[in-house]
Ligand binder design. Structure first.
Ligand SMILES: NC(=O)C1=CN([C@@H]2O[C@H](COP(=O)(O)OP(=O)(O)OC[C@H]3O[C@@H](n4cnc5c(N)ncnc54)[C@H](O)[C@@H]3O)[C@@H](O)[C@H]2O)C=CC1
Ligand SMILES: O=P(O)(O)OC[C@H]1O[C@](O)(CO)[C@@H](O)[C@@H]1O
Length: 545
């Protein structure tokens, strides 16, 4: 069986293999999408194909929408060449249940693909879509770093500097490309549009707005674009930047799942790693559980995604639910497992959850240090959400999720995942920031991880991170087994407000982290011994709401 538009016409074969097919005519939907584009999505990677495209597929299946999504890739063109083109934009979604059963579905809701490159013909096509009044949503899953305009030291990064100098004709970075494209829409008729970040960090819509506004202001200053464009961009009745909270664990494609699909008779299921490090396949493996909460601010309308389970609500509620997930009940625990999982050579997050010390560590961080500062968002219950994460989602033995994947870009995540809780402790009169024990311990663990040596003392490969070289340059002077070599080498990291959102010494945690770190570098095996020291004989207290 071939995963192509022709291939899926052999309906009986697919059904016989137990694979669900789209309940609509994929080609007709693609044709309608061409005439009437409503939804563009930037970032054609795994979560898009495993979650966002599934939502639209649900609507198409139920006859509640007539058009698909157009995938746009602005960064890693190999994804389109190798994973979209050969499969006619179709993908296979493989849901992995905790009992080992698989649910496989062909996703046909991605109706077209475009390379957002001003040097290619596709750029004209993209501009035309942006100029089309029918366009309602431009969404993004482009990773957190793609929104950054400035580097570590607060200076514009090189590509952004060049984009600012060169103007809207041939932008390189995605933020500049978006300004250029929205400007086209403005010139064509000032049509309304929602720019929806679905990336996994606090205030995602606001950060998107801020980056786009910054580039716009620079171009207005330089006379590349007219000042009135700023009025359009900052008018929420014209251009909106809804906040969102997105939650579905979509690990990288696994060899085991590839083999299972091949055993079902599906050909060409190879997993690739692109030159830009995207690990992607014609299939996406994911968990069944997911949550998407979006601020309901769509000036040009939107598909009825509530019928596919999306919760639409007001800004304050999204903020609360997002804080609940990203700063307390899921992502800090994930990052904790990532760091210690790499150090202790675990292959999956699920395996780590069977390690009593690691399970207690995430329980301590979630129930005891995180939950007290969570404001109940109403639409989801924090304690139940946390329970589901710890008892159901992370331990799913069939989820091939690796600590190394979650450890990617940790420097970009620290401020949100741990810094926010530290800030809350600082602000709250009834809480004392220096009472925090386990969050500082994880930060020490991250510094230990950055040494690039596992707990056995063997060299380990660190996951990609935009600050890796800088961070490594500080810890490279520290030696495993030589506690005195710490000297002042952690100071530049722990005092960096860009990384943690605050200076950890100023809040009284810097020395505590250094002390934990010293314990972690005593020698090989010290990570395990320190975990046991602080977690083996402790009880967990669960706050009641
Ligand atoms: N995988 C998951 O479980 C979930 C991911 N997300 C969000 O989606 C993001 C992407 O995740 P995946 O799709 O799984 O990763 P992926 O590695 O499969 O895809 C990443 C996508 O981002 C694009 N990208 C990376 N750097 C970029 C840059 N500088 N400029 C423009 N585009 C860039 C890539 O080209 C690719 O399309 C995550 O960082 C997270 O914020 C949200 C919820 C779940
Ligand atoms: O640490 P990252 O790269 O944001 O990934 C975190 C993982 O957890 C999630 O937050 C689950 O929703 C997803 O974003 C992803 O599976």
């Amino acid at each position: 069986m071939l995963l192509t538009r022709d291939g899926i016409k052999d309906i009986d074969k697919w059904r016989h293999a137990g694979i669900k097919l789209p309940n609509y005519d994929v080609e007709k939907v693609a044709e309608k999408t061409k005439q009437n584009p409503t939804w563009l999505h930037f970032g054609a990677g795994n979560i898009f194909r495993g979650f966002i495209a599934l939502l639209q597929q649900n609507l198409l299946d139920k006859g509640l929408s007539k058009t698909g999504i157009i995938a746009v890739e602005s960064y890693d063109y190999e994804i389109i060449e190798k994973i979209y083109v050969p499969y006619d934009n179709l993908s296979l979604l493989v849901i992995m249940h905790a009992d080992g059963t698989l649910e496989v579905e062909v996703i046909g809701s991605i109706s077209d693909k475009i390379l957002a490159d001003p040097l290619r013909e596709d750029w004209v096509k993209l501009k035309n879509i942006f100029a089309n009044p029918s366009l309602q949503i431009v969404s993004f899953t482009i990773t957190e770093k793609a929104y950054n305009l400035k580097d570590f030291s607060g200076e514009y990064i090189k590509e952004v500097k060049e984009d600012i100098e060169n103007g809207p004709e041939k932008p390189h970075g995605l933020m500049a490309k978006i300004v250029s494209l929205i400007y086209t829409r403005y010139l064509k008729g000032q049509y309304p549009i929602a720019l929806l970040s679905l990336d996994n960090f606090s205030g995602n819509g606001e950060r998107l707005f801020s980056s786009i506004k910054t580039i716009t202001e620079e171009w207005v200053k330089k006379g590349f674009i007219e000042g009135k464009f700023l009025d359009y961009l900052t008018n929420p009745a014209k251009v909106s930047f809804p906040l969102s909270m997105i939650d579905k664990i979509v690990p990288r494609p696994s060899e085991e799942i590839k083999k299972k699909l091949e055993d079902l008779g599906i050909e060409k299921m190879d997993i690739i790693k692109t030159g830009k490090n995207t690990i992607i396949a014609p299939f996406v493996n994911a968990e069944k559980i997911h949550y998407l909460v979006i601020e309901d601010k769509f000036p040009n309308g939107r598909p009825p995604l509530e019928e596919a389970g999306v919760i639409f609500t007001d800004k304050e509620t999204v903020e609360k639910v997002e804080r609940m997930k990203v700063t307390t009940c899921l992502n800090p625990l994930h990052t904790t497992l990532a760091i210690f999982g790499c150090l202790l050579n675990y292959n999956t997050i699920a395996d780590e959850m069977r390690d009593p010390c690691l399970k207690k560590l995430v329980e301590k961080i979630g129930y005891e240090e995180g939950l007290p500062v969570v404001v109940h968002p109403g639409v989801l219950d924090p304690k139940e959400f946390l329970r589901e994460v710890i008892e159901v989602r992370f331990p799913n033995p069939y989820m091939p999720d690796t600590p190394q994947r979650i450890a990617t870009d940790t420097s970009q995540k620290m401020a949100i995942r741990f810094g926010e809780t530290i800030k809350s402790y600082k602000q709250r009169e009834d809480l004392n920031v220096t009472d925090l024990k386990y969050i500082p311990f994880v930060i020490a663990g991250w510094c230990r991880y950055l040494m690039g040596v596992d707990d056995e003392g063997k060299a380990m490969t660190l996951s990609p991170d935009p600050l890796l070289e800088d961070l490594k340059s500080h810890v490279s002077k520290i030696k495993l087994g030589d506690v005195d070599s710490i000297q002042d080498n952690l100071k530049p990291i722990l005092s960096n407000e860009h990384i943690f959102g605050l200076n950890l010494y100023e809040v009284g945690l810097g020395e505590k982290i250094e002390n934990y770190f010293k314990e972690l570098i005593i020698g090989p095996g010290a990570v395990r011994r320190t975990l046991e020291k602080y977690l083996e004989n402790v009880n967990i207290y669960r706050k009641n709401y």
